[in-house]
Design a binder for this molecule. Structure first.
Ligand code: NAD
Length: 258
């Protein structure tokens, strides 16, 4: 049984692609705590996999959404609010960069690749947050996004995604400030490397896993469940005093200098 009670809470989860998605681990934890959820998927190609992934939750609302299109994000919230009544919780687990812009020289990033990665991976947090707020109850709500330490340091291969994560983390602060008076909290989790569909397309991903395992204080990689449990905390009233924060869930890796 979940140590946190989210019964009566409603949420929208962006970013489930399959059972390995961090978004799914978070959704599973939220549902286990009693939250009722709606989901989005990106494109027909992923639909069947997402349907299968979420099938254990009954028949939750599942909507197609390319989050780079504000009209589609708005439609998700309108339909989710019509089904669920209100939205207390939002999970942003969205990232994308063109394969050519991962690996190789960072300076080879072209304008199109920059735009694509920043728009999908960073810009989307703005509409995903701001378009949810009108559907949140008087008492407020909570948003969680996923980031990586490449926002602050160089992880060769992660390239333009590091730039996107730096932008995303700055947005977390600014959105937290803007929506704080409405009691809407916005936080991010900086997760250690987890084997997912997106992660596997990053050259050097296995090197990252090995580095975290050998050099972190806990001498291992984190698990999906550890990231999900932190999201559960950040999306519950247990974290009511926390907003604008980037919480590392990384086995302590980023605390080590040398
Ligand atoms: P994933 O591939 O399972 O999830 C990424 C999701 O982003 C997919 O569901 C994809 O459909 C969605 N997406 C991409 N572009 C989109 C768009 N335009 N509109 C809507 N959805 C879109 O991989 P994941 O590792 O679970 O990634 C989730 C989040 O976690 C990402 O922000 C990622 O950067 C972050 N993260 C991952 C790791 C890791 O090691 N896996 C570590 C730290 C942070």
């Amino acid at each position: 049984m979940s140590p946190i009670d989210l019964s009566g809470k409603k949420g929208v989860v962006f970013g489930v692609a399959n059972q390995r998605s961090i978004a799914w681990s978070i959704a599973d934890a939220l549902a286990g705590a009693g939250a009722e959820l709606a989901f989005t998927y990106l494109g027909e190609r992923l639909k069947a996999g997402v349907e299968k992934t979420i099938s254990g939750l009954g028949a939750p609302l599942l909507l197609e959404c390319d989050a780079t299109d504000d009209a589609q994000v708005k439609n998700v919230y309108d339909q989710a609010a019509a089904r669920l009544g209100k939205i207390d919780i939002v999970v942003h687990c969205i990232a994308f960069a063109a394969r050519d812009d991962l690996g190789g020289d960072f300076s080879a990033t072209n304008r199109d690749g920059f735009r694509t990665a920043l728009e999908a991976s960073a810009y989307t947090l703005i509409p995903v947050t701001s378009l949810a707020v009108p559907h949140m109850p008087e008492e407020g709500g909570a948003v969680v996004a996923l980031t990586f330490d490449a926002a602050n340091r160089v992880y060769p291969g992660y390239n333009i995604m590091g730039t996107a994560k730096a932008a995303l983390e700055n947005e977390v602060s600014q959105l937290a400030n803007e929506f704080g008076p409405r009691n809407v909290r916005v936080n991010a989790i900086s997760a250690g490397p987890l084997a997912t569909l997106s992660a596997r397309s990053i050259p050097g991903f296995n090197t990252m896993r090995h580095a975290f395992e050998s050099r972190s204080p806990l001498k291992r990689n984190v698990t999906h469940e550890e990231v999900a449990n932190t999201a559960l905390f950040l999306l519950s009233d247990m974290s009511s005093g926390i907003t604008g924060a980037v919480i590392p869930v990384d086995a302590g890796y980023t605390t080590i200098g040398i």
